[in-house]
Design a protein around this ligand. Structure first.
Ligand SMILES: [Zn+2]
Length: 352
């Protein structure tokens, strides 16, 4: 993807284009930000921009997309074909990590000038996939950067990187893609219907990758059914809660996304309960959520939100039995208000 066509990162795109046009590009960048927001596309797009030899309206600020460098570099970004351009080297994990031997292979070429391009690019995807030895080998090169090689390190977990590596890179922070832009992108580039994009973009947390994963998620397909059933169960109706757990397990599997949906439902209920006039996540269910929320005080809703965080952690860290976890969760969420015991109030602004 051409850098200037990247969606949702205008500030980053214009800063990189400006650096290239003015000849002040850094020798090493760390592109950090959530998974699936376009960091990798930006890296290949930037490599193409720097090396583009085509005719364009704003030289240095936009790439042509057609010249011999653009075509091959952008193809690498699109298909993970790692040998399309001899001067663009992608370091990706071989197994669980990027190994020292892979890094050495790449660094061996670095003292020599690029073969065809103005600048060689080494793209490390992800930088937190470097083993310790591999990271230290790379660090040495970053400390004495070769003149015609540029490094781009990608990471959604920059906290996991060596401080010494980070200090050698210029940081470029990618945020989440705004909901409206993400929905438009899913329609334009991935052929989604507007209805599907409007339904899933809010759950995808600003990430194209997450949205594409949700497309096939059975929980999302059954969302209307699950939410309507949940809201229809009265407080303390244990049989109703267990029946819903069984239905979800059978039709959608007890997956993380069910926790996401319920968490958003509870936040919606809390907003309604507190009288905050804000668009709800499940806006189409506002009347049913309003009726449901009146049964519970805001303290009871907050306690239930806590419970969801704990459940999420249980599923992720302790690998608890998903079906049993789902049953316990629904029983607790649908218990009589107050049945969760005494709980101190948290100031609302800390939660919202
Ligand atoms: Zn070009």
């Amino acid at each position: 993807m051409l850098l200037h066509e990247l969606v949702g990162h205008d500030r980053v795109v214009s800063a990189l284009a400006q650096a290239n046009a003015s000849g002040t590009a850094h020798h090493a960048y760390l592109f950090q930000g959530p998974m699936g927001v376009g960091k990798r596309q930006a890296a290949f797009g930037f490599a193409a921009l720097v090396n583009c030899v085509g005719e364009v309206s704003e030289p240095g600020r936009v790439a042509c997309g057609r010249c011999r460098h653009c075509r091959r570099i952008l193809a690498m970004g699109a298909t993970e074909a790692s040998t399309a351009h001899p001067d663009v080297l992608a370091l990706v994990p071989d197994g669980r990590q990027i190994k020292i031997a892979q890094v050495r292979d790449v660094l061996r070429m670095v003292p020599f000038p690029p073969i065809e391009a103005r600048f060689r690019f080494v793209i490390v995807d992800p930088a937190d996939g470097l083993g310790e030895e591999a990271a230290n080998a790379l660090l040495k090169t970053l400390e004495e950067p070769p003149s015609r090689t540029r490094f781009i390190l990608l990471s959604s977990r920059p906290a996991a990187l060596l401080t010494t590596i980070k200090s050698r890179c210029q940081r470029v922070v990618f945020g989440r893609i705004p909901e409206g832009e993400l929905a438009a992108l899913l329609v334009a580039r991935h052929g989604w219907s507007e209805e599907l994009a409007a339904r899933l973009a809010p759950v995808a947390d600003g990430s194209v990758g997450a949205a594409l994963a949700l497309e096939d998620d059975p929980v999302m397909a059954a969302r209307d059914e699950i939410m309507t059933r949940f809201l229809g169960i009265g407080p303390g109706d244990r049989l109703g809660a267990l029946a819903l757990a069984a239905w979800i397990s059978e039709h959608a599997g007890a997956r993380d996304t069910i926790v996401d949906l319920l968490e958003r439902l509870l936040r919606d209920a809390l907003l309604v309960r507190l009288g905050v006039s804000q668009r709800l996540f499940h806006e189409d269910l506002r009347p049913a959520i309003t009726a449901w929320a009146t049964r519970y005080g805001s303290a009871a809703l907050l306690a239930r939100l806590d419970l969801l965080s704990e459940t999420r952690r249980g599923l992720a860290v302790f690998n608890t039995n998903p079906r049993l976890t789902l049953e316990r969760l629904l029983l607790a969420l649908l218990a009589f208000p107050g049945a969760e015991g005494e709980r101190a109030m948290i100031p609302h602004n800390e939660v919202l």
